[in-house]
Design a protein around this ligand. Structure first.
Ligand SMILES: [Zn+2]
Length: 95
């Protein structure tokens, strides 16, 4: 397994919240985690617009409003752990 769960620094790492968590996952393992498929899709109501969508990768934007959501690898099966980056967050251009 990877070391995504090894950080003990509060406020950053896999147990951060909001944008900090989204940015952590985006940067994890050079970005390879963010585009990886979850073990199972997570049903989730967009925290921006409230529309339901299925989170299928660790970082994904809402199909309705584009709001960016992420879940960290240690919590990949927990829909309540999904974090929302905020309405003004834009994904960096795909590498
Ligand atoms: Zn939305």
């Amino acid at each position: 397994m990877c070391e995504c769960g090894s950080s003990r620094v509060p406020g950053i790492g896999p147990f951060a919240s909001g944008r900090a968590l989204v940015e952590f996952v985006l940067n994890a393992h050079g970005g390879s985690v963010a585009v990886s498929a979850l073990p199972a899709g997570l049903e989730h109501n967009c925290q921006g617009c409230g529309k339901p969508f299925l989170l299928e990768t660790f970082v994904q934007s809402c199909p309705a409003c584009g709001g960016v959501h992420a879940v960290s690898p240690p919590r990949a099966t927990d829909a309540t752990a999904i974090q929302y980056a905020g309405a003004d967050f834009v994904l960096p251009a795909a590498a």
